[in-house]
Design a protein around this ligand. Structure first.
Ligand code: G16
Length: 593
């Protein structure tokens, strides 16, 4: 191994020793722990991100956030070249590198360059006689991570990568964020030639958007992000059918809970740029409150109560809530009576609103002869087991194809990318709409025709609307800011109030609980997390309980972001859903307590 590189890693890693007894795992959305034990993990993620950048010869992102978790937690995740989550086959490398005893050991044992050249020669002879998995794990990380060609180039041409690693770093408003971002920066720059750019305080989706934009050669500053969102929003507003620009008997104001996180302040900037929406932001990071404490989308959706700062004075007003890093969005309305439950409009309903709108636009397009002659765009829906059963029935009733994946944006996103238009949402409000490149190209041709003089048939307007949606809604990851704008303009387009929207279907009563257990990883699930495979006997016990309830449905799964097992139950009444959830929580405790 090159001496300069070796001493660079040895020197920087000695500043980030792993705390004793700590073992971390790249969960649903990266590493998440108490912030006080995370600096070595974040430093190593910096190294991995630089290697990923070299391997893909692209810009990579590192985001410091723990999203909906409490303020004392923090976390780190990598954004891949397309702006999406880190490729799943790299997650084991992240785990190995983050838990490797020390970088000293990582480098000490032998000469990596030699080991990798042997592997390379074996591969040149068409087959790896020794499978990669038999190479000691620390070497395997660098072997697989760097890629043979880069590595050989590295060792033979002395640091002349064809393109040096480039990493965009972002963080949310957590107090621990600044120091952890510095740890990430030192990790990145411990790879010779790697460049780390601090993009400052951002929402998680902004960082993902920037990575995607940079790799597509599009301008990628925060200002560019705001301009793209506001321009496409205005375009959709201009295309609202005449006479449809007021909500149906509804106050036009929107009040947004910013979870005391980064999203509120960013929404204010967007609001000023747009200058057409009446938006009031509460619980912004500039206010006194604590991040995600009695506020935010996770709290509102799970507890089904109004966030701090909202009450019966807001009755009749359309309200929305973002989570701590603004990648989730739910809507709600507050009843006039102070103790009554809120009307929650969750991710499933946002998905349904988007599906109704997109389906309408596609129906205008499909009326045109020429689309029949090319190919009918495929619209697909992706949900998880948390999707309320009533939402799935509604979407199927519309004739839409509904698919299920395990929890985690990385799974939903991947499935949604199989379609010309893929809409994915988790009930917790995390989701977006993906458009295939081919379909976007087709839309661009149609909308060019329109802007070059034709008056605009319904089909052409539909093409323009869909194109604007593809620019407004974040193509990299779920984004609460772009989600708010799309919801607002679709409600205006439809002339719907939040109440009318909420009446699309009636949710089955449901309850979510968390159970603290000794080791959550001892719960293993299958079939998109609907069946417990381990520990043996738990699923049978859940089944025996569930059949007692009309429309009963229940599942348990280990959280990937908190140290708990989650329980979800649905039934025909709230009381039944609560009882079922509580009984199953007790079962989890008995089996795993
Ligand atoms: C993350 C993931 C989401 C997931 C949520 C909860 O959200 O991005 O896909 O639904 O965690 O995951 P779990 O139930 O495994 O704890 P966020 O908003 O916290 O980044």
């Amino acid at each position: 191994m090159n001496e300069a590189q070796k001493s660079l890693i040895l020197e920087s890693s000695s500043r980030f020793l792993i705390p004793q007894g700590v073992k971390v795992s790249y969960g649903t959305a990266g590493f998440r722990e108490d912030a006080s034990i995370l600096s070595s993990t974040v430093y190593r993620v910096g190294i991995l991100a630089a290697l990923r950048s070299l391997k893909t010869q692209s810009v990579i992102g590192v985001m410091i956030t723990a999203s909906h978790n409490k303020v004392s937690d923090n976390g780190v995740k990598i954004a891949d070249p397309n702006g999406g989550m880190l490729s799943q086959h790299w997650e084991p490398f992240a785990d190995e590198l983050a838990n490797a005893p020390s970088s000293q050991k990582l480098l000490q044992n032998s000469d990596f360059g030699g080991s990798i050249q042997v592997q390379y020669q074996q591969q040149q002879n068409s087959h790896l006689s020794k499978p990669i998995s038999s190479v000691p794990s620390n070497r395997r990380i660098l072997f697989a991570a760097c890629g043979i060609n880069h590595w050989l180039k590295f060792s033979s041409t002395m640091l002349c990568w064809s393109r040096p690693a480039e990493i965009l770093l972002g963080r949310d408003t957590r107090p621990s964020g600044e120091a952890l971002l510095e740890a990430a920066r030192q990790g990145v720059t411990s790879i010779v030639g790697a460049v780390a750019s601090d993009m400052g305080i951002l929402t998680t989706p902004q960082l993902h958007w920037m990575v995607r934009a940079r790799n597509k050669g599009i301008k990628a500053s925060e200002q560019d992000y705001f301009e793209q969102l506001s321009n496409s929003f205005r375009c959709l507003m201009d295309l609202i059918p005449t006479g449809q620009s007021k909500f149906d008997g509804m106050n036009d104001k929107l009040v947004v809970d910013g979870a005391n996180g980064v999203g509120g302040a960013k929404l204010q900037i967007l609001h000023k740029l747009l200058n057409v929406l009446d938006i009031e932001v509460r619980n912004s990071s500039e206010d006194e409150g604590v991040l995600n404490d009695g506020v935010g989308a996770d709290y509102v959706q799970k507890e089904k109560v109004a966030p701090r700062g909202f009450g019966s004075k807001d009755a009749g007003i359309r309200c929305a809530s973002l989570d701590g890093d603004a990648d989730r969005l739910v809507y709600f309305s507050v009843p006039p009576e102070s103790n009554a439950p809120i009307d929650l409009v969750d991710g499933d309903k946002i998905l349904s609103l988007f599906a109704v709108f997109i389906r309408e636009q596609l129906s205008f397009l499909n009326e045109k002869e020429d689309i029949k002659n090319i190919h009918k765009p495929r619209l697909g829906i992706v949900q998880t087991a948390y999707a309320n059963g009533a939402s799935t029935n509604y979407l199927k009733h519309l004739g839409l194809e509904v698919n299920f994946t395990p929890t985690g944006v990385k799974y939903l996103h991947e499935k949604a990318a199989d379609f010309d238009i893929g809409i994915y949402f988790e009930a917790n409000g995390h989701g977006t709409i993906l458009f295939s490149e081919t379909f976007i190209e087709w839309l661009e041709v149609r909308s060019n025709k329109l802007s070059s003089g034709s008056k605009g048939s319904e089909a052409e307007k539909a093409a323009l609307r869909l194109l604007a949606v593809s620019k407004l809604i974040n193509q990299a990851v779920g984004d609460a800011l772009s989600g708010v704008l799309l919801v607002e303009v679709i409600l205006k387009h439809m002339g719907w109030s939040i109440h009318k929207w909420n009446e699309l279907y009636h949710d089955l009563p449901s309850r979510q609980l968390k159970v603290k257990v000794a080791d959550r990883t001892s719960v293993v699930t299958a079939n998109a997390e609907t069946v417990v495979v381990r520990p043996p006997g738990l699923q049978d016990a859940i089944n025996t309980e569930t059949v007692k309830y009309t429309q009963g449905r229940c599942f348990v799964r280990p959280s990937g972001t908190e140290d708990v097992v989650r329980v979800y139950a649905e039934a025909s009444t709230q009381e039944a859903a609560d009882t079922l959830a509580n009984c199953v929580a007790k079962l989890v405790d008995q089996f795993l307590g």
